[in-house]
Design a protein around this ligand. Structure first.
Ligand code: PCA
Length: 328
């Protein structure tokens, strides 16, 4: 009788230990993103979440919500800041109006290659980390989009003036500013609504990467892609500080290690994506062409104006980024 009771007690405590372990395993985070499930950024996020799960021994599970399904692109930063989501991914240049230094990688012709994009991120990162810390968040990793080019519909672009009067898709303050400077009509459209805006003729020209062009099947409306390689905007993955601090030390380390791996993997994937996506545009029937000298020169002039404006807006922090970048 006594033995049986003892056995029962042992069994019950075993169950309790198991229950405690499961309770610990049940930290669940939501990660809102703005880009489609098939995009290389999202695939990288999924791999990041798998790595976190593995490295944390199953203690932290991150659910990726792609395609602006949980929050719209412009709402994601605030959602993480207020703890509605624990972690998120944003296009950094979309934060520029609030924090100017987030726009460094959207300044045309400041950093136009993957090597320069990596250097710019190195210069930008300490400043971004500081700004996010002030708002109760932590930067985890950043990955660039392929270089940005100009799409047109049944229209050859020989000079920047050819954009005059066209309904033009902007995705950030800087891309709107380009429209103002060249006399195009800017309409801000985030990626989730872009396919429809293109199909319905709300826009007839846009600046983005080959990657986003491929995601929205740009060839269904657009005829030309001018490969201007004007800048490489980055997506940033960042976490709410309170959520992060609730994790035990080993799980925090798992997040940081997985983030470092995701950044390296993402930079490599972006380079593969650059070539693959342009090939997909060609396969879809589009002309993928380098810009003429005149188009390039005109665009570079716009870039020079915007660099000046940005440096003024971003003040000492902006200057520190540009100086550090130029020294690398
Ligand atoms: N794709 C995103 C941002 C930059 C890019 O290449 C977009 O067009 O919305």
């Amino acid at each position: 009788m006594l033995r049986r009771t003892l056995l029962k007690t042992v069994a019950v405590s075993a169950i309790m230990v198991a229950a405690a372990a499961t309770a610990q395993a049940q930290t669940k985070w939501d990660l809102p993103g703005a880009y489609p499930a098939g995009n290389f950024h999202t695939k990288n996020l999924v791999q990041f979440a798998e790595d976190v799960k593995k490295l944390s021994g199953g203690k932290l599970e991150i659910t990726i919500h792609p395609g602006a399904s949980l929050f719209k692109a412009p709402e994601i930063k605030r959602a993480v800041q207020t703890g509605q989501a624990q972690i998120g991914e944003v296009l950094m240049v979309n934060v520029e109006n609030e924090i100017a230094v987030f726009g460094a990688d959207g300044v045309p012709f400041l950093a136009t290659s993957f090597a320069d994009s990596a250097k710019l991120w190195k210069a930008q990162k300490p400043v971004i980390e500081k700004k996010l810390t002030e708002q109760g968040m932590i930067a985890l990793y950043a990955v660039p989009w392929p270089p940005q080019g100009i799409y047109t519909k049944q229209k050859e672009l020989n000079t920047i003036e050819d954009l005059k009067g066209l309904k033009y898709r902007a995705y950030s303050p800087a891309t709107s500013r380009i429209a103002e400077l060249v006399g195009a009509q800017p309409v801000t459209v985030q990626q989730a609504e872009l396919a429809q805006a293109m199909a319905t003729g709300v826009i007839v020209t846009m600046i983005t990467s080959g990657s986003t062009g491929r995601d929205i099947k740009a060839w269904e409306s657009m005829t030309h892609f001018y490969d201007t390689q004007a800048w490489l905007p980055k997506n940033l993955v960042f976490v709410n500080n309170d959520a992060f601090k609730k994790l035990d030390a080993a799980t925090q380390k798992a997040v940081m290690d997985a983030a470092a791996a995701a950044e390296t993997r993402g930079f490599a994937a972006a380079q593969v994506e650059t070539e693959d996506s342009k090939a997909a545009l060609v396969k879809g029937g589009m002309k993928v062409v380098p810009p003429s000298d005149a188009l390039k020169a005109g665009f570079q002039k716009v870039g020079a104006t915007m660099t000046e404006e940005w440096v003024k807006k971003a003040g000492a922090d902006g200057k520190a980024i540009v100086d550090a970048f130029k020294k690398m």
